[in-house]
Write a protein that binds this ligand. Structure first.
Ligand code: MEV
Length: 420
């Protein structure tokens, strides 16, 4: 099928017209067209105002993780994710963590970083000095860009300036450290960074090139900790989980998968609340590599009673205002389910979910492996794709698991046999 993607004025059409055109060009069946047009819990008008060239929306399953106790409060956790086992594993880990009192969280500052790249400097050291001397002036100019944020207690709290050696020679980088309160902060920070560029040029005598937020939000770090009791795990499993963690600590190949498992939980909650999964993922992975070597963002050790202590630390720039958190009705409902009223409150929950998700993976991997539990859920998926529904999903998946053959052809064959 050869198509011509040069469609002038595509953006001017209505979503239905765009979909008609795509359906025709790509020979979509009525069902295929219908599946794209079905917008689930997101009205088409909302979708159309969120991004460009909308034809419909992409729907994911939303599950609720149970058993979470965080900072002495119970929470139901909405998770939007396509991967089987994630919600079950998080709930299971949270159930075990409850025996040790649940998750305890903390954070230090809540600052985002806006970067200004200053190039073309004849004397970078002199520029650095000048910028440092006139710091207060730059802070004031940045804060003038967002009076609402300032009125509510946010805004630029400090500035950091450093010299950077690059392939193009020395540059000066200026960081605006901004408290964005309950916003993720990209808009506020980018507006401020762009707003002070000319002043920074005037002071430094250089040219400001990039003016943009950094997703390595290491001034907005969140930590969560949990005690997993030895009476539940047993001493051998605890030793094995610590060995598995030491593997990740020493080896970036393993650390990547370890952190992927953490992000299974984190991204699912970030997505469900309408936050920016890519910003959080970029932050987590860059923080994992901040020492110069890619490391796991969780850690495990034993306490003096022989229980397992799990900890997580990562940047979590999530918001409750702005972006899809407000414009997506399902995201709003998820925030209500979580019962959070501040961005920091949401970030603490997300940190706890990341730790829970990782603990669940570690527990399975250091014991029977993940495939048995995973396959059980996968088999249900396969059965449904092969046309099973209602009770027959359970029956078909059971027979597939018993026969150790889990694929659509087998599922169809079992369905036929069950019908006859
Ligand atoms: C699968 O999505 C995630 C795991 O691979 C994570 C891990 O290996 O720690 C199970």
């Amino acid at each position: 099928m050869k198509i011509n993607s040069k469609i002038s004025g595509f953006y001017l059409k209505k979503p239905g017209e765009r979909l008609d055109l795509v359906a025709e060009m790509c020979s979509l069946s009525k069902e295929e067209r219908g599946s794209l047009a079905d917008t689930g819990g997101l009205p088409l008008e909302n979708a159309d105002s969120m991004i460009e060239n909308v034809i419909g929306s992409f729907v994911l399953p939303m599950g609720i993780a149970t058993y979470f106790r965080i900072d002495d409060e119970d929470f139901l956790i909405p998770m939007a994710v396509e991967e089987p086992s994630v919600v079950a594993a998080a709930s299971n880990a949270a159930r075990i963590a409850r025996h040790g009192g649940g998750f305890i969280t903390e954070h230090d500052s809540l600052l985002m970083i806006g970067q200004l790249q200053v190039v073309g400097l004849a004397n970078p050291e002199k520029a650095l000095l000048e910028l440092k001397t006139r710091k207060a002036e730059i802070i004031n100019a940045a804060n003038e860009r967002d009076p609402v944020l300032i009125r509510l207690g946010g805004g630029v709290k400090d500035i950091e300036i450093r010299r950077l050696e690059t392939l193009s020679g020395p540059m000066v980088v200026l960081h605006l450290l901004v408290n964005c309160l309950d916003a993720m902060g990209a808009n506020a920070v980018n507006t401020m960074a762009e707003g002070v560029a000319s002043l920074v040029e005037e002071i430094s005598g250089g040219v400001v090139l990039l003016r943009i937020i950094s997703n390595l939000a290491d001034r907005r770090l969140f930590r969560a900790r949990a005690v997993f009791k030895k009476e539940i795990l047993g001493p051998e499993l605890i030793e094995n989980i610590i060995l598995a963690y030491h593997f990740a600590e020493a080896d970036p190949y393993r650390a990547a998968t370890h952190n992927k498992g953490v992000m299974n939980g984190i991204s699912a909650v970030v997505r469900a609340t309408g936050n920016d999964t890519r910003a959080i993922e970029a932050g987590a992975h860059s923080y994992a590599a901040v020492s110069g070597r890619y490391k796991p963002i969780t850690s495990y050790r034993k306490n003096e009673d022989g229980d397992l202590i799990g900890e997580i630390e990562l940047p979590l720039a999530v918001g409750l205002v702005g972006g899809a958190t407000r414009s997506h009705p399902q995201a709003r409902a998820c925030i209500k389910i979580l019962g959070v009223t501040t961005a920091a409150g949401l970030a603490k929950i997300i940190a706890a979910v990341g730790l829970a998700q990782n603990f669940a993976a570690m527990r399975a991997l250091a014991d029977e492996g993940i495939q048995r539990g995973h396959m059980r859920l996968h088999a249900r998926n396969v059965a449904a794709s092969a046309g099973a529904s209602g009770d027959s999903i359970g029956a078909v998946s059971r027979i597939m698991i018993e026969s150790s053959e889990i694929n659509e052809e087998k599922a169809r064959q079992i369905l036929l046999e069950l019908k006859t």
